[in-house]
Write a protein that binds this ligand. Structure first.
Ligand SMILES: [Zn+2]
Length: 378
């Protein structure tokens, strides 16, 4: 729970002890309802167009709600309509440009291939989007309606709380990275909250990544890293992370927007990561819960650090979703956003199953798993 007295009124809105602004429902869907494998770039694009239209349909529907209905839908006590509308307009831009990418090579006879020349065009197409009963996509369409309404609620809830409660939903400046900067079809894997004790989930995940010849960026917490170094000599731990990129996530898992010692937390963690894992160190900081102060930019600039948020949240920490639901949620969001920084937690086991499945299910679809060293600031 948050500590700032001014935010006590908002505290009652927050769900979950470890992820303060977590949603009340977590979106996931059964990808087997999509009737085709994603075994080519064209197949990826077709599925991407469908998810973009379904999300756009949910967005158009939400715009028809009055303030009171929207506030109830988002399970908020107060609605910041201006903040919600701001994010909606950003989403319409992203959806339109993503749809144009996904439709660049489709033929009019292809599924979900409507010519879209402007944002208005896309809005109208998405608003009227439907799939008839008995169509091969009907089962997917019904599940996608639920998924995108629930997912949009997650996002708009964060949007309404921002910036009183900051999060990954928006950036304060272009210096902060969220994954939306990446090229089309490019995805970076990131893992937070480690390391675990020896032979725990961090070590198991590192073995999975190595076996699949993947790199990833880890955001380590200072206190668990210090504890692990009591168990595992620094040189040995450095060898485990070799080839990966390692940034800082703060000394403790506390909001860095309301913790008086937040600067000390960042500096201590950076120093420990740098000194114990020098070969993997990357000057990157990810704030716990995505919460950082609006005026923190000059501090991070002075430290030579980039703030890295995310745009694809696996929700793998949540007890509301199992590993199967996590992987299907992430794949759906990869089709929707077409690029991004994917947030997992190596302290939980779900990513160990989800990551290989994601690789296998996008193997021939033109997806590029970004080398963490090529990510800005690494
Ligand atoms: Zn975290």
């Amino acid at each position: 729970m948050r500590k700032l007295p001014a935010l006590l009124g908002l505290a009652a809105l927050l769900v979950g002890p470890s992820h303060a602004a977590g949603p009340s429902a977590v979106a996931s869907m059964d990808r087997s309802l999509w009737p085709e494998p994603l075994n080519s770039p064209a197949a990826f694009d077709r599925a991407s167009r469908a998810e973009l239209l379904a999300f756009g349909h949910a967005l158009a529907a939400s715009e028809k709600l009055g303030d009171d209905d929207l506030r109830d839908e988002l399970k908020l006590k107060q609605l910041d309509r201006g903040a919600v509308d701001h994010m909606r307009s950003i989403y319409w831009q992203r959806l339109t440009s993503n749809y144009q990418l996904a439709a660049a090579h489709c033929q009019p006879a292809d599924a979900f291939c409507t010519r879209v020349t402007s944002e208005d065009d896309f809005k109208k197409t998405a608003d009227h989007f439907t799939v008839a009963e008995g169509d091969r996509y009907t089962a997917w369409f019904k599940a996608a309606g639920d998924f995108h309404r629930t997912y949009l609620d997650e996002l708009l809830r964060l949007a309404s709380l921002f910036p009183q409660i900051s999060s990954e939903v928006d950036t304060y400046s272009p210096r902060e990275l969220s994954g939306n900067e990446l090229p089309d079809r490019h995805f970076l894997l990131t893992f937070d909250d480690g390391p675990t004790r020896a032979d725990g989930n961090t070590d198991k995940l590192l073995a999975v990544l190595r076996q699949r010849q993947l790199t990833a960026t880890f955001f380590l917490l200072g206190a668990p890293l210090q504890a692990r170094l009591q168990q595992t000599p620094a040189a040995q731990l450095a060898a485990s992370y070799q080839g990966m990129c390692v940034g800082a996530h703060g000394w403790e898992h506390k909001s860095h927007s309301s913790w008086p010692e937040w600067q000390d937390s960042v500096e201590r963690t950076i120093a420990l990561v740098h000194d114990s894992l020098p070969g993997s160190y990357a000057p990157l900081f990810r704030p716990p819960y995505g919460q950082r102060r609006a005026d923190s930019g000059p501090f991070f600039d002075a430290q030579g650090l980039r703030v890295v948020l995310w745009n694809i949240d696996s929700q793998d920490w949540s007890s509301k979703v199992d590993a199967d639901q996590v992987k299907q949620r992430v794949l759906t969001l990869m089709l929707l956003w077409r690029r991004g920084v994917i947030l997992f937690h190596d302290i939980h086991p779900k990513a160990q199953a989800a990551v290989p499945w994601l690789l296998d299910h996008t193997a021939d679809s033109g997806v590029d798993w970004v080398d963490c060293h090529a990510f800005p600031g690494s």
